[in-house]
Each structure stands twice: as C-alpha cells, then as structure tokens.
Design a protein around this ligand. Structure first.
Ligand code: FMN
Length: 172
C-alpha cells in the first residue's frame, strides 16, 4: 500500500467489533505517535490508554457520544501545556503537536486493519476530573480504537484541490 492509498483507506469508524485489540498492536500505534514531530521537539504529548469498560463509559458521558464507549480501547490524547512550545506572540503549540501525533496513530491503525475516530466533542472538564489529570494536562482528543464491525466503508466527501489551494498568494 502506498501512502496515498493508506490515507484514502482511513475513515472514521464508529461501529466496532467485540474483538479485542492486541496489546502489541496498541504499542505499535503508540510508537507511530511517538515518532511524530513536535514544535522545538518538546514532545508535549501524553496518551492514556483506556480499556476498562467503566472508565470508557464515564469519559463518554455528557455529549451524546456514548457510542465510542463500545470501542475496545479509547486513547485519550493529552497535551502538556507546561512543556509545549509557545511562540513569541504566546501561541501554544500543544494542540498542533497532539494532532500530528494522533494523525500518525490513526494512519498506522489502517495498516494494522484497525479503525479509529477522532472525538473532540466531549466534556473536557468532566474527562479531566474522571481521569484525575493534573492542571497542566489537557485532554485534546479521544480516539476510540478497534476492529470494524463490518467491512462496509462509508462514502467520504472531500473538496476539490482547486477549492483548497492557491499558489503564490491567496486567491480563490
Ligand atoms: C478534530 C476532529 C474532531 C472530530 N470530532 C468528532 C466527534 O466528536 N465525533 C465524531 O463522531 N466524529 C468526529 N470527527 C470525525 C469527523 O467527523 C470526520 O473525520 C469527517 O467527517 C471526515 O470523515 P472521515 O474521517 O470518515 O474521512 C472529528 C474529526 C476531527 C479531525
């Protein structure tokens, strides 16, 4: 599979089979995340791997997204605001660094036959409390992970390149 084929194969999986995910595969995905670049190489990411059903259910509460508690694994991707790079104008790069690492992870999952879905619509304060995170750590994305319940792949719509790109200045 070429990189473009792999990127095209990834989709947001929201129905998971009960088949457990092998720990070796979870570690492979985390390794892909670990290899991601980060601003000034500060590596402000932290990943909490949640496999306990009660904990998955609790972190899914409050945003009508309880579906993701049915995934065998939920990875909580956190950004450490005390170690992330801040640009001179104050812009904190934790979100960007976490997003790159999560993207590595979700693409690596495709190669292993696993599916994922980004979940950012969640009650961040509630998750912070439930996981007893320290103040400097922010749960940025929740990533349910597992094998697909079926081999039906949803249609994915994307804008045309012409709508996304302009060369040598902004003009549409
Ligand atoms: C930053 C981000 C946040 C997202 N949050 C949610 C979410 O809270 N719930 C959900 O069901 N999907 C969520 N998604 C998935 C998007 O809806 C999905 O990526 C988009 O519709 C494109 O579909 P595809 O991933 O199947 O290609 C999120 C995606 C991204 C990148």
């Amino acid at each position: 599979m070429t990189f473009l084929e792999l990127a095209a194969k990834r989709y947001s999986l929201r129905k998971f089979s009960d088949q457990p995910v092998e720990e070796a595969k979870i570690l492979q995905l985390l390794e892909a995340a670990r290899l991601a670049p980060s601003a000034v190489n500060y590596q402000p990411c932290h990943f909490i791997v949640v496999t306990e059903q009660e904990l998955k259910s609790r972190i899914s509460e409050g945003y009508s997204q309880e579906w993701f508690a049915k995934a065998p694994v939920v990875i909580v991707a956190c950004g450490n605001h005390s170690t992330s790079w801040k640009r001179r104008d104050g812009k904190d790069h934790a979100n960007i660094d976490v997003a790159i690492a999560v993207d590595h992870l979700t693409l690596a999952a495709v190669e292993l036959g696993l599916g994922t879905c980004w979940v950012c619509a969640f009650d961040a304060k509630h998750v912070h409390r439930v996981l007893e995170l320290p103040d400097h750590l922010e749960a940025i994305a929740l990533i349910p992970l597992g094998y697909p319940a079926s081999d039906q792949v949803p249609l994915r719509k994307r804008k045309e390149l012409t709508e996304l790109v302009s060369w040598n200045g902004y003009h549409l």
